[in-house]
Design a protein around this ligand. Structure first.
Ligand code: 4NP
Length: 168
């Protein structure tokens, strides 16, 4: 399959060192398990630039490792307007990230690509966004990884997404 037919997903949080790199790693693992890794690809970034170039937070890497996921080498980068052209689906982790991205959108077409991670939460979830674990303890990081893993199963089965339609 040529790279132009890849469906491109961008996960966005504030610093790109905790939630969105975790989402990228978990998405890639679930996509591989679902057999769609040849038709999707994922990246992540932050709305703020203060961690640009950094590895994910060591506490998030530890939580990912505890859950059986491995880090692929991502370094933090900042969201840029060109991302609206470069990606098919842009997934903010919380409502503040969503507002910051929509503020940068140039058209209704750009804005239509932005859909919060909570759109793939099961109705039984008590969370309405992916909580920021940065100022808390290890349990918060484990909870984010578990929440993202559950949501990602729903995303990778969402019949509205073309890579899922193609294999049905
Ligand atoms: P993230 O978490 O947005 O999930 O990467 C944060 C990372 C850094 C900061 C806040 C949240 N910070 O204030 O530096």
């Amino acid at each position: 399959m040529s790279s132009s037919s890849l469906y491109r997903v961008l996960f966005v949080c504030l610093g790109n060192i905790c939630r969105s790199p975790a989402a990228e790693i978990i998405f890639n693992a679930v996509a591989k398990k679902a057999g769609v890794s040849g038709c999707v690809c994922a990246d992540s970034c932050g709305t703020a630039s203060y961690h640009t170039g950094s590895r994910p937070d060591s506490r998030m890497l530890a939580a990912l490792e505890r859950a059986g996921y491995s880090y692929g080498g991502h370094r933090a980068r900042t969201f840029r307007r060109a991302d609206f052209s470069d990606f098919d689906l842009i997934i903010p982790q919380d409502h503040a990230n969503e507002e910051d991205i929509l503020y940068l959108s140039r058209s209704a077409e750009d804005a239509a690509k932005v859909r919060g991670m909570w759109n793939w939460f099961s109705p039984s979830e008590s969370e309405h966004e992916v909580p920021d674990p940065y100022y808390g303890g290890p349990a918060g990081f484990d909870a984010v990884v578990a929440l993202l893993a559950r949501a990602m199963e729903n995303l990778l089965r969402d019949a509205r997404l073309p890579f899922n339609r193609d294999r049905q």
